[in-house]
Design a protein around this ligand. Structure first.
Ligand SMILES: Cc1ncc(COP(=O)(O)O)c(C=O)c1O
Length: 384
């Protein structure tokens, strides 16, 4: 494969800052020695800052799916019946994970252009009085929609003694998610999204309330959270960690802390706003209804007569910008752009320019000037 630099505008993996990449070439260390202890403790401290929690955090050598499986497996024996809104591919996967692990998922079907609302959750809970948890996808990566009532769901779960489990894989570190304040009991993040690290690590926060359910879990091996807690006392993980990825995550979390969480969120918000404004000027239509639009994944309907495959192929080959297509039933009808991690004015403007040129290549009249000016104006008003 030719080693060429591409602008990765996917909803994960995302562009990894050179400093984070370089961190991975440090010498190998003993994962049962003092150097790893220092590394792991540093990561956990900074991860707690990003999760905004005083609770526990663990890092698993696994992709995000492993993190979700870990959360579900560890609670399912104490919380079999779980309410799960499903409005996209990752909601479907979460529901399946609960079922495969022996639980009883109570699905709330959600329009894929929207996200679940508090009244939908309350209506289901009234009927399902023995439910023990609510599990949500905070940011549905397949549709570019974000749940806007997270605080309310968390408060409701807290008052009704339900666990609140949140797959925040494509949003943690990119938009507001104060885990303790919103009463999130288990929150799952992935290294390759807003945390601007390479793929391969899942990071979980765990509340005291979650631990009392996890205590009941038996017959779990690799993803046994009780083992992670025990080994953490020694500054270790139960099994060999992917040390280079821990180096990378350590550096990325330090960068986030240095920039400041609120600044990081604001940067994501402004970049997303610039994209939405440019899209509007280009007379393209975002897939998601306005009130649920994500700041980390922009989903756009393909314009009529434009082939989704050609669009992405020309963008990648000619302009070196990589974006994603639709998933599941949205395959071929939308394209998705990630605004995650190291995103800034430069990446946004380059992508908008490349999109316009690609549309022209495809014979579709593009609104080059208008869209560039609209995005530029957003950045000029909101300094980041
Ligand atoms: C919301 C959400 N959940 C779960 C996953 C699965 O993560 P991974 O592909 O790292 O296993 C993804 C990946 O895109 C995601 O966006």
């Amino acid at each position: 494969m030719e080693e060429s630099r591409q602008l990765i505008m996917l909803p994960g993996p995302t562009n990894v800052p050179p400093k984070v990449m370089r961190a991975m070439i440090k010498p190998m260390i003993n994962h049962r020695g003092p150097e790893f202890r220092e590394l792991y403790e540093g990561i956990l401290g900074n991860a707690k800052y990003v999760f905004q929690t005083k609770g526990d955090v663990v890092v698993l050598t696994s992709s995000g799916t492993g993190g979700v499986e870990c959360a579900v497996t560890n609670v399912i024996q104490g919380a079999r019946k779980i309410i799960v809104p499903v409005g996209g591919i990752f909601g479907q996967r979460l529901r399946e994970t609960i079922a495969v692990m022996g639980g009883e998922p109570i699905e709330i079907p959600v329009d894929w252009k929207r996200a679940v609302t508090m009244d939908m959750i309350e209506n289901v809970i009234k009927k399902e009085k023995d439910a023990k948890a609510v599990a949500v996808i905070y940011n549905e990566t397949s549709t570019g929609s974000t749940i806007k009532c997270m605080r309310e769901i968390g408060e409701f779960c807290n008052e009704h003694d339900l666990l609140f489990i949140v797959d925040a894989i494509s949003i943690l570190g990119g938009d507001s998610l104060p885990v303790d304040d919103w009463h999130v009991d288990i929150c799952i993040a992935g290294s390759q999204k807003c945390l601007m690290s390479p793929p391969g690590l899942a990071i979980l926060s765990i509340s005291d309330k979650a631990w009392s359910t996890i205590e009941k879990a038996e017959n779990i091996f690799y993803f046994n959270l009780k083992s992670y807690r025990k080994y953490k006392e020694e500054g270790q993980t139960p099994f060999t960690p992917a040390i280079p990825l821990y180096y990378a995550l350590d550096e990325a979390l330090k960068m986030i802390r240095e920039e400041g969480l609120e600044n990081v969120f604001f940067r994501h918000k402004v970049c997303a706003k610039a994209f939405y404004r440019a899209v509007e000027e280009m007379e393209l239509v975002p897939f998601t209804e306005e009130e649920f639009r994500s700041n980390t994944v922009i989903a756009i309907n393909n314009p009529p007569k434009v082939s989704d495959v050609s669009l992405r192929e020309i963008l990648r080959r000619k302009y070196k910008v990589v974006i994603a297509g639709g998933q599941g039933k949205l395959k071929g009808s939308i394209f998705r752009i990630g605004t995650m991690g190291k995103i800034s004015r430069a990446e946004v403007m380059q992508t908008i320019g490349a999109l316009n040129m690609t549309f022209r290549d495809l014979g579709y009249e593009s609104k080059f000037d208008g869209s560039i000016s609209a995005a530029k104006e957003v950045f000029e008003k909101e300094t980041i």
